[in-house]
Design a binder for this molecule. Structure first.
Ligand code: FES
Length: 144
């Protein structure tokens, strides 16, 4: 498990801004940069101007959208680009919490790595991964 000090240090760089009908804030999720938006045509559009932190490795953005039961996390991963994972635990559906090098479920202790792969059970399935299409000025997350 990650230490509280590491978590606070990691999340200290969150930003506040708003644009384009979406709202980017530092919310109640431990100061994480958070985007509140909508799903349009089975996609979520994230402007790079709204999430400049994703140009740095391992930085994240939480996305809340009407119709999603749990948020999506966008994270910049070395060699992978920006990936999108559901924060719904594959064990029994609790919301997992992002940490600097992991995603952890407080319900029964499952732990996932930054790619959403199971590190520790009881979960046995990886977190759901969404396709991300990167364009010059945005990322589009495809919601099936
Ligand atoms: S719901 Fe996440 S470990 Fe059980």
């Amino acid at each position: 498990m990650s230490t509280r000090r590491n978590v606070l240090k990691y999340f200290a760089g969150a930003i506040i801004s708003s644009a384009g009908g979406s709202l980017l804030t530092t919310g109640c999720s431990a100061g994480l940069a958070t985007l509140h938006t909508k799903i349009r045509h089975n996609t979520i559009l994230v402007s790079k101007a709204e999430a400049p932190q994703l140009s740095a490795l391992n930085e994240i953005l939480l996305i809340y959208a009407a119709g999603l039961t749990t948020p999506i996390i966008l994270r910049s991963i070395e060699g992978q680009g920006v990936i999108a994972l559901s924060l719904e635990c594959t064990h029994r559906g609790c919301e997992v919490r992002p940490f600097p090098n992991s995603l952890e479920c407080t319900c029964h202790g499952s732990e996932f790595n930054t790619l959403g792969e199971v590190v520790e059970g009881p979960a046995i399935q990886p977190l759901k991964k969404f396709k991300v299409v990167e364009k010059t000025n945005s990322w589009t997350i495809e919601i099936p």
